[in-house]
Design a protein around this ligand. Structure first.
Ligand code: F6P
Length: 356
């Protein structure tokens, strides 16, 4: 089929670099003689017909801008048949031939539904959490970690002055990648993530020993997804226990959404640009229902169903029947990738421990 118009939307939590993707999609489409339509407010805007033609000038100077110029929204109705009907009507009204949807796993579920209803859709990862198992990298991750670094470096100054410990909670509802990598890069004395059992006593001993030998400042990084036995954020209780057990004064800091904003780093601008260009190419080649990923520094694409099921496998959330539609070779590939991610995180955590 001949493509005349591509729609682009951002959905779910925003991430630095989303604008660089929007720019890349618009430019690559334009270069191929295809018009780009910006769909505002994610799937909500697709249902509401909130669609505007995007020209080159609409995307000039946005490569370094944080957030998303297309805005984002949660859209519960999109999961209902009535929501899909409205979205398809918008596509018909605006003669949209294909959609590029930027976001995380919720965004890809929407992309999958659109494809199932005859609207070719390609997904592209935009989430600070780096929690899409099929890809080595998600757009936004590097900027988020650099922001954590900047904040923790500042906390380090005041901890050093007061001989204190900062317990810093960083985003990552389901994944500890931000906590783990920024923990290593800030010289944390403890890193708490869901994926690896945390030895709290060993960390207390490290703090006591280091304090006795004259160290004044301590940083502990905790992923927000880790909760205590009462379902409360783990870092809050941990802060009190550090004071009790080590006699080092401790303060709890939640970085939260601060880490989602800001101008994207080179890593994110580059990934966004290359992935955006690749997504347009895939659509124009007639491909659909794929998510653009990075594997071993190359841009590749996986079936969205494959990527979503792999995520479930990695998080041990597979339900009976989830694997039925896949061949033995595909299941084998999924198992290999899930194991690779688990190994990567284990090995990195062990290296972090050796450096504490
Ligand atoms: O972008 C992903 C994420 O940052 C998670 O780590 C976090 O739990 C979530 O978004 C919170 O997003 P919001 O407050 O926008 O719902």
């Amino acid at each position: 089929m001949e493509f005349k118009k591509i729609g682009v939307l951002t959905s779910g939590g925003d991430a630095p670099g989303m604008n660089a993707v929007i720019r890349a999609v618009t430019r690559a489409a334009n270069a191929a003689g295809v018009e780009t339509l910006g769909i505002f407010d994610g799937y909500q805007g697709l249902m509401d017909g909130n669609v505007v033609a995007f020209t080159e000038s609409d995307v000039s100077n946005i490569i370094g801008k944080g957030g998303t110029v297309l805005y984002t929204a949660r859209a519960a109705e999109f999961k209902e048949p009535s929501g899909m009907e409205k979205a398809l009507k918008t596509c018909r009204d605006h003669e949209i031939d294909g959609i590029i949807a930027i976001g995380g796993d919720g965004t890809f579920r929407g992309a999958n539904d659109l494809t199932a209803h005859g609207m070719p859709t390609i997904g592209l990862t935009g989430t600070i959490d780096n929690d899409i198992t099929a890809t080595d990298y998600t757009v936004g991750f590097d900027t988020a970690m650099n922001t954590v670094l900047e904040c923790v470096d500042r906390l380090r100054d005041t901890c050093e002055s007061h001989a204190r410990c900062s317990v810093v909670e960083v985003m990552g509802r389901d994944a500890g990648y931000i906590a783990l990598q920024s923990g290593i890069a800030t010289g944390a004395i403890g890193i708490v993530i869901k994926e690896i059992p945390f030895d709290e006593d060993a960390m207390m001993q490290r703090i006591i020993k280091a304090r006795a030998s004259g160290r004044r400042s301590f940083v502990v990084i905790v992923a927000e997804g880790v909760k205590d036995e009462n379902g409360k954020p783990y870092g809050e209780g941990l802060t009190a226990r550090i004071e009790e057990k080590t006699e080092v004064e401790a303060r709890f800091v939640r970085l939260a959404h601060i880490v989602r904003g800001g101008s994207p780093t080179l890593r994110d601008r580059l990934a966004a640009s290359l992935m955006g260009e690749a997504a347009v190419k895939l659509l124009l080649e007639g491909k659909s229902n794929l998510v653009v990923c990075e594997r071993n520094a190359k841009i590749v694409a996986f079936e969205i169903n494959f990527a979503l099921t792999l995520d479930k496998m990695y998080k041990n959330k597979l339900k009976i029947g989830d694997l039925d539609r896949f061949s033995a070779a595909e299941i084998h590939e999924m198992e290999g990738l899930a194991e690779l991610r688990r190994r990567e995180i284990r090995e990195m955590y062990n290296a972090a421990l050796a450096l504490m």
